[in-house]
Design a protein around this ligand. Structure first.
Ligand code: BGC
Length: 479
């Protein structure tokens, strides 16, 4: 059986983007300033120090981009709605009608092309006015503003959008709510510093979990029946393997998994309605949920989104060791270099499809076989590639290997009874890669950032995915 034919007929084969990473058009239709506009404008903050106005101009080129998606043939497209574009101040005090029309146009065009929209409500960028109002997700008032934003989105787009994702990677965002995305402090001169940086990410994550649950319950009560949609949450997925068979390393690996993966979903997906027990033991300051909150959080998702890029090998640490990252320190473990291929060169991505398979089996066992949507998976261009000729950049064999390996892992997981409902390739086109600016490119389509048209060209990986999807559709008579 060929790989594409191993996926069931209703399986989704998607690709994805996020608003801040592709849209550009910062001032168009009255969009408000977002946190990432501010981070980018700080000299030296972004790796390539890129011109803060550089972008793929996705806001203006959406018709072309939908045509590209249709050409590739994806069943679904995951994108995010920019909170700053819809609500320039972050609150309902000003609603941007043109921005609403813009996202409706995108959805309508997708529908005309037979592509299902999957919408993320929060993908890392927050209106700056809200952030300044009191350190982002540490402030419960801001959480309420987001609940209202989500409600507005259900009202305005719910006739067209049937799959929603509240948050992209709460654990990552918990860091960037007070610090930058990769964990470096964001000490903007006029921004208040919180008192205890070590506690802040956990408090922010707790607030986001509660916010997620409120949004879920609102959708369930007021929209689900009439709009007939589903709503989930996306978690960063990194599987952990123990560095040896020793009980200490095994226990360290379990703690690492709790901190890196279970932390932001265990309250939702288990009967405890609470954080992993190891975290409760080690972090006395971890906020406590009331019984009412636990009831609200428990079961508050229709599916689990997982973004997967790599796995880790971990070991226990001795009492006198102080690892560098806060997660390692708090949970008492250390990363060990794994055996996986550095498929893009010296970067953080690893070619670890075995980790994805193990993770999916783990989720099946631990979380009662909840439906899983792989909401991101992909790899960056080869390091040093910018010096290469365009035709070589387009010939991204390493990415084809990466995609094939992971799709194989998903097919194996399905054979093993894992309830995987979709796979999403990150990302449709080269775009703004947060701290790395435009120095790192994950696109299956190349963007010529020098050209005024920001020309998109399909790389070999996009063509590979196109052929893959065509075969899948042909097999199931979906063409
Ligand atoms: C994020 C994306 C990002 C990707 C690669 C994911 O965690 O959701 O926005 O581009 O990682 O770094």
């Amino acid at each position: 059986m060929s790989l594409p034919t191993r996926f069931p007929k209703n399986f989704k084969l998607a690709t994805a983007t996020a608003a801040y990473q592709i849209e550009g058009a910062k001032e168009l239709d009255g969009r408000g300033i977002s946190t990432w506009d501010a981070i980018r404008s700080e000299y030296g903050r972004i790796r390539d120090d890129s011109n803060p106005t550089l972008s793929c101009e996705g806001r203006l080129k959406y018709k072309e981009d939908v045509a590209l998606l249709a050409k590739i043939g994806v069943t679904s497209y995951r994108f995010s709605i920019s909170w700053s574009r819809i609500l320039p101040n972050g609150t309902l005090s000003e609603i941007n009608k043109e921005a609403i029309q813009y996202y409706r146009d995108v959805c309508l065009l997708l529908r005309d092309n037979g592509i299902e929209p999957i919408v993320t409500l929060f993908h890392f960028d927050m209106p700056l006015a809200i952030y300044d109002n009191g350190t982002s997700w540490l402030n419960k008032e801001n959480c309420e503003h987001f609940v209202k934003f989500a409600d507005l989105c259900f009202r305005e787009f719910g006739d067209l959008v049937k799959t929603w994702i509240t948050f992209n990677e709460i654990n990552m965002q918990a860091w960037s709510s007070v610090v930058k995305i990769q964990g470096e402090l964001w000490l903007c001169p006029d921004r208040p510093e919180i008192e205890n940086h070590e506690q802040a990410p956990y408090i922010a994550a707790t607030n986001m979990l509660l916010t997620h649950a409120k949004i879920y319950r609102n959708y369930e009560k007021n929209y689900k029946e009439t709009q007939d949609g589903i709503i989930g949450i996306t978690n960063g997925g990194r599987f952990c393997f123990p560095a040896s068979d020793s009980p200490d390393d095994q226990a360290a690996r379990n703690r690492a998994l709790d901190w890196l993966f279970n932390y932001t979903i265990e309250p939702i997906l288990t009967d405890s309605g609470d954080f992993p027990a190891t975290m409760r033991e080690k972090l006395p300051f971890l906020p406590k949920f009331t019984d009412e909150e636990k009831e609200m959080i428990k079961g508050s998702t229709d599916f689990l989104g997982i973004n997967y890029y790599l796995s880790h090998m971990v070991r226990d640490i001795s009492d006198d060791e102080t690892p560098t990252s806060q997660s390692e320190r708090d949970a008492s473990y250390a990363f060990v270099e794994g055996k996986w291929e550095k498929i893009c060169g010296e970067t953080w991505v690893r070619y670890a499809p075995d980790g994805l398979l193990a993770l999916l089996k783990y989720v099946k066992e631990k979380y009662n076989n909840i439906p899983v949507f792989i909401t991101e998976n992909g790899c960056m261009n080869l390091i040093g590639e910018e010096e290469k000729k365009e035709e070589d950049i387009l010939n991204d064999k390493h990415r084809i290997k990466y995609i094939t390996g992971h799709l194989e892992a998903v097919a194996k997981a399905i054979d093993n009874g894992c309830n995987v409902i979709g796979y999403t390739l990150w990302t449709l086109m080269d775009n703004f890669e947060w701290d790395d600016g435009f120095a790192v490119k994950f696109g299956i389509c190349r963007v010529d950032f020098e050209s005024p048209e920001k020309t998109r060209t399909m790389k070999q990986s996009a063509k590979y995915y196109q052929t893959f999807i065509r075969e899948f559709k042909k097999h199931h008579n979906l063409l």
